[in-house]
Ligand binder design. Structure first.
Ligand code: TLP
Length: 347
């Protein structure tokens, strides 16, 4: 896709920087299936510390990380309560049914945030007819809701309820660090409410590959086994873990630039003819652009943008998602705005 000049499809498209590549080249390595890769071990320690958990495990993807957690927390035939637009339900290719034989009990959230009464009502009573509730999952920031941040009070309420009912709570924190940077609330404050947390390095943090799953020692002991079963046991993978360590040291604070760029994009697009942006959604590094134009829908506008070198995906019939990241500059945002303006000038 050489003709893409401004790639707003996702923060997954970032390429490792020169500094990151240097760190990867210098990494000490060993066989990580034997637990002998010093760089991986150090990354796992750093993430456990960052998230306030006993232990952590480096895995190839956010999807594998979430799916290992679901596998450990649930039994076949159980139900997982989650928000209807969450990644686990929508974008993991049905993996929870395939791998863990659970069903999803989806609830409609408000900007991706579950309502405590809805969660209460969704937890199944003990009854021969009913699937037992095995797990509750929360996504923060919430991707399909537009990168929105979960209020901490709401998480606290859900965690209290889950603990009362003896139901584990998992955080898909693929973009947790975006929430941390946007709010100033330290990672540990969010993660303290969860039994397990998945954090991605291949999104805004800019590493090429990998996520870290964290939880208790016992949980991570089991996770190591399932990582092997799911085909994610890797060998001299310290070269990749080194990229994640580099990201921890260099790419967290700068997420604020991505948030600023997303705001700049949204502010400039919101008054253009035929576009609508709910500014309440613009909280981190995403902009959901609603297309209500006489000539374009989200798909045709996304195609027209691509012709002009701007890539941004239609997420449904009405919305285009634009994601900012470390390979996107302020100038690129301003040129993207001009391209939008030019394409849609007459609504
Ligand atoms: N999200 C990707 C696509 O899969 C949609 C993206 O471009 O945003 N949790 C959340 C909240 C995610 O957004 C993603 C990736 C994942 C998990 C999965 O991560 P990977 O792609 O590493 O399996």
């Amino acid at each position: 896709m050489n003709h893409i000049r401004i790639d707003l499809r996702s923060d997954t498209v970032t390429r490792p920087s020169r500094g990151m590549r240097d760190a990867m080249m210098r990494a000490d390595v060993g066989d990580d299936v034997y637990g002998e890769d010093p760089t991986v071990n150090f990354l796992q320690e750093r993430v456990s510390e960052l998230l306030g958990k006993d232990d952590a495990l480096y895995v190839p993807s956010g999807t594998m990380s979430n799916q290992i957690a679901i596998k450990i927390h649930t039994q076949p035939g159980q139900e997982v309560i989650c928000e209807e637009n969450c990644h686990i339900f929508n974008y993991e290719a049905g993996a929870s049914a395939f791998l863990s034989r659970v069903q999803m009990h989806t609830l409609r959230g408000n900007y991706g945030v579950l309502n405590i009464d809805d969660v209460k009502n969704a937890i199944r009573a003990e009854n021969v007819h009913l699937p037992p509730t095995g797990l509750i999952c929360i996504e923060n920031t919430h991707n399909r809701a537009g990168g929105t941040i979960y209020p901490l009070e709401n998480i606290a309420e859900i965690a209290k309820l889950a603990a009362q009912k003896g139901i584990p709570l998992h955080l898909d924190g693929a973009r947790l660090m975006n929430a941390v940077v946007a709010t100033g609330i330290p990672a540990r404050e969010w993660t303290g409410y969860f039994d397990s947390v998945s954090l991605c390095f291949s999104k805004g943090l800019g590493a090429p590959i990998g996520s870290v799953l964290s939880g208790t020692k016992e949980f991570i002991h089991k996770a190591r086994k399932y990582r092997k079963i799911f085909g994610g046991g890797m060998r001299q993978v310290g070269i990749l873990a080194a990229a994640c360590l580099y990201a921890l040291d260099n790419n967290i604070k700068r997420l604020a630039d991505d948030h600023e760029n997303a705001c700049l994009l949204a502010e400039n697009l919101k008054n253009l003819p035929g576009l609508f942006i709910d500014m309440k959604q613009v909280q981190t590094n995403m902009v959901m652009i609603h297309v209500r134009h006489s000539k374009f829908n989200s798909v045709t506008l996304s195609q027209a943008l691509l012709q002009q070198g701007v890539a941004a995906n239609a997420v449904d019939a009405e919305r285009i998602r634009a994601v900012t990241h470390l390979d996107i500059t302020k100038d690129q945002i301003l040129s993207a705005v001009e391209i939008f303006r030019d394409l849609i000038k007459d609504a």
